[in-house]
Structures are given as C-alpha cells and as structure tokens.
Design a protein around this ligand. Structure first.
Ligand code: PNS
Length: 160
C-alpha cells in the first residue's frame, strides 16, 4: 500500500491544487491532503475553514483524506506511515523553493518528495494571486472551485 501526503497552505485551495491532488490520487493508493502553517505567509482563511474547503472539493475522491498538521511535515508523514510527499511545480521558481525543502526532508527521515508538473492551464494560478485579484474586484471564478469562490468573494467583501 502506498500512502502519500500532499501538504500546503491551501489558503484557499485553487483549481491548480485540485488538479495535482486528483493526479496524485491516481498514482498512490492513499493520499492525505494536509494543511500546514507557513509562517512567512499571511492568512485569509483560518485552519478550520481551509480544512472544510478541502473536504468539500475532495469529497468525490474516495482515496483522499484531509487533515491538518503542526510541526514538521516529516513527523506527520512518519505518524501516518506515508512514504512520499507530493508537490506541484509550476516552473523554475517553485523548483528553487521546493528543492531545498525536499532535500531537507530527505535528510531528516529519508521521506521522498515526488514532483508533479502543473498542467499548463493552471501554471499562473496561485492562492496569493487569486486572493489579490479577488480583493481588488477581479473575476477569479474560473480559477477556484465554486464553493471556494463563494467563500472568497464573501471574505474579501467583508474586508473592504
Ligand atoms: O503552500 P505552501 O505555503 O508552499 O506550503 C508550505 C508547507 C506548509 C507545506 C511547508 O511550509 C511545510 O512543510 N511546513 C511544515 C514545517 C516543516 O516541515 N518545515 C520544514 C520544511 S523542510
């Protein structure tokens, strides 16, 4: 049985994330989508809201579960018996950012990181850009799942 973790901030989950989740779920027997904390980023949605959105959009994927984690991702992987971490790569910047983390995680426990290349349709999509555009009144409805779009519009309107 192969079990992998797809970690991220998912603030909020985008169609790009969902594409990676779906494709990883087709490769591994079990996929755990895990929301962690990246202290270098500011948050729009609290951890429970991010988990709820992930559960909604992964509901049709029978081998996918959603979980939060605190502390090191490698400790979470060990706790749940996951052999691999899955990440999406949109381009060179992502690679530069992800490579040392993959190497550090390998150094710490030997866990493997598997990179999936983002589908070209989602190459420019990030949670940060989606939040920025939505907060300035732009239309991001094609870039996030419908349920996420509703919450996003409501949240940014409340902050104007
Ligand atoms: O979506 P993001 O912001 O790129 O997600 C980053 C995240 C949360 C996956 C990453 O920061 C992480 O793994 N944090 C857990 C703490 C940890 O293990 N840090 C050392 C990484 S080598």
């Amino acid at each position: 049985m192969t079990r992998a973790v797809c970690p991220g901030s998912f603030d909020p989950v985008t169609n790009g994330h969902l594409d990676i989740i779906r494709r990883a779920a087709a490769i591994f027997d079990e996929l755990v989508v895990a929301t962690g904390t990246n202290p270098s980023k500011s948050r729009l949605f609290d951890p429970d809201e991010r988990l709820e959105m992930l559960r909604e959009v992964c509901a049709d994927l029978p081998n996918v579960t959603v979980s939060g984690f605190t502390g090191l991702i490698v400790d979470f992987c060990r706790e749940i018996g996951a052999q691999a971490i899955v990440k999406g790569l949109r381009g060179g910047n992502d690679y530069e950012y992800e490579l040392p983390m993959a190497q550090m995680n390998s150094h710490l426990t030997g866990v493997e990181t598997v990179f999936l290349t983002t589908h070209a349709s989602w190459g420019y999509v990030s949670s940060s850009l989606v939040k920025e555009v939505a907060s300035l009144g732009g239309d991001v409805s094609a870039l996030v799942p419908d349920t996420v779009h509703g919450r996003l519009v409501e949240r940014v309107a409340g902050r104007r």
